[in-house]
Design a binder for this molecule. Structure first.
Ligand code: NAP
Length: 250
């Protein structure tokens, strides 16, 4: 795998899965724009780590749910590096609550970042990608978008929406050399799952055939492959990376 001629944007790249993706893409040669929102420190650290590897990197703060901020993110990338080849839609949040108690605001916030954010970022990179007739859009969905999860009506809807959006983008731009795929992680050891009570975490681990939570690196490896030339014939797909949990019980 060699991404040394490629420029990638990773949304939510300051920590967790996004951080591992940014570092993996740099390891295989890519120039990486690390997007994050709010405090720039975590993203600065990722960019610094990438620079130490001898690769190019810059931090671009932007809220992916805000159209004007996304436009600047992509414009600044193209201005600095001349193009954008790879978009990884990774930024995401949770606001869990049973549907009976879920506020409109918690619904809107999660759909705004986790689904509209993917729409805005994908739309913004399509013009430069179509011009160069090459592009990779990789979006982080979730197994919850495939099988549902009590307490996550907003999150599961957004993650299912990503799958429909990915398949639609794949059909709309295949003729321009652009692929769009999604990854559906199971339970990965990050701040997001560290919020779960210890008892619930243990319960989940007991249901995973491979016997442990996944690591951010497990997801990053698949992203790097989908971004590569080797994955040229894969589009509109959802790759599940979940230790087997979505297989269900006998
Ligand atoms: P995380 O540790 O909470 O990291 C999320 C990152 O997204 C943070 O860097 C965060 O920035 C950033 N972010 C949040 N809102 C943003 C916005 N509006 N604009 C730009 N960046 C924003 O989460 P994670 O566990 O790594 O999850 C990454 C992705 O994988 C998410 O889409 C998540 O839904 C998905 N996923 C995770 C799991 C899991 O088990 N962990 C499973 C399936 C899918 P701040 O630090 O500033 O908040």
């Amino acid at each position: 795998m060699d991404l040394s001629e490629r420029v990638a944007i990773v949304t939510g790249g300051g920590r967790g899965i996004g951080r591992a993706i940014a570092i993996k893409l740099a390891e295989v040669g890519a120039t990486v724009v690390v997007n994050d929102v709010g405090d720039s420190k975590p993203a600065d650290e990722v960019a610094e780590e990438i620079s130490k590897m001898g690769r190019q990197s810059m931090v671009a703060l932007a809220d992916v749910s805000q159209s004007t901020e996304v436009t600047s993110l992509v414009d600044n990338t193209v201005e600095k590096y001349g193009k954008v080849d790879i978009l990884v839609n990774n930024a995401g949040i949770t606001r869990d609550q049973l549907i009976m108690r879920m506020s409109d605001d918690d619904w809107d916030k999660v759909l705004g970042i986790n689904l509209k954010g993917v729409f805005l970022c994908s739309k913004a990179v399509l013009r430069p990608m179509m011009k160069q007739r090459w592009g990779r859009i990789i979006s982080i969905s979730s197994i919850v978008g495939l099988i549902g999860n009590a307490g996550q009506a907003n999150y599961a809807s957004a993650k299912a929406g990503i799958i429909g959006l990915t398949r639609t983008i794949a059909k709309e731009v295949a003729s321009r050399g652009i692929t769009a795929n999604a990854i559906a992680p199971g339970f990965i050891d990050t701040a997001m799952t560290q919020q779960l009570p210890e008892e619930r975490r243990q319960e989940l681990i007991n249901q995973i055939p491979l016997g442990s939570l996944g690591t951010p690196r497990d997801i990053a490896e698949v992203v790097a492959f989908l971004a590569s030339e080797e994955a040229r014939y894969i589009t509109g797909q959802v790759i599940t990376v979940d230790g087997g949990i979505s297989l269900g019980k006998l």
